[in-house]
Ligand binder design. Sequence first.
Ligand code: NAP
Length: 238
Amino acid sequence: MEKLNGKRVVVAGASGGIGSHLSKLLRQSGAEVFMTGRNAEKLAAAADNAGVPEDHCFVADISVEAEVALLGSRVAQIMGTPDILVNAAGVGIIKQIENLTLEDFNRSLQTNLVGTFLLVKAFLPGMKEVKKGLIINIPGVLGKVPMAGAAAYSASKYGIVGMMQSIREELKRTEIRITNIFMGGVDSPFWDTIDLKVQKEKMIREEEAARSIWFLCQQPASGVVSEMVLQPFNHQAI
Ligand SMILES: NC(=O)c1ccc[n+]([C@@H]2O[C@H](COP(=O)([O-])OP(=O)(O)OC[C@H]3O[C@@H](n4cnc5c(N)ncnc54)[C@H](OP(=O)(O)O)[C@@H]3O)[C@@H](O)[C@H]2O)c1
């Protein structure tokens, strides 16, 4: 296993359920963590809880190119090229197709897919210069299997998988790893705005979801974990 001590890690979605727990675990393992999220108050609270200093936090909307560019500059200034980028930012809009608006569809794609693209554009060039790095995405189970009501969400998440698999082809002469984690339901604020009956008590706990990513951050130097699946017992879709 690779040691996390001293590793430079950028966590996008660090104000969220999974990202905030992950940031804390990484800090506890001695990593230098840079946290980004959209809501300044939530980000500050998560950073405080994780023991990450204020200058290692930056508020940015990943769906906006100029904001991700500013994020990239700030990270470069504060810690240089990250060893690891974890994209734990995303929105879940789950509606039957007749209720799904173009705005819902665009927002899903713009945040989950275009946001991932912009983060990769911001951090991959530095990794390519040093020919190593790790990018972890969370397409989730709905990036691999369908679900009623998930047309927009799955379009964005399947898109991440296709995009990252193509980028992986471009990186075979480097030691830049790309890991996609297909996670099932995690009990996090993600579900708060989704109008579905869910059994939160049967979901994966957000701390445990974060621990699985923390584990992936330590994958062995001689290989790559290209995919991982983590699902609740009662909802094994893959
Ligand atoms: N929870 C699940 O069941 C589940 C299952 C499979 C995959 N996933 C994926 O796992 C990731 C993390 O989910 P979570 O459960 O931790 O959800 P969460 O608690 O709702 O956190 C979502 C995070 O994404 C950030 N975010 C949303 N839109 C953004 C934007 N435009 N720009 C920047 N940041 C943005 C939020 O920032 P603010 O709060 O600051 O706005 C927050 O930090 C998401 O990609 C989600 O699709 C979740």
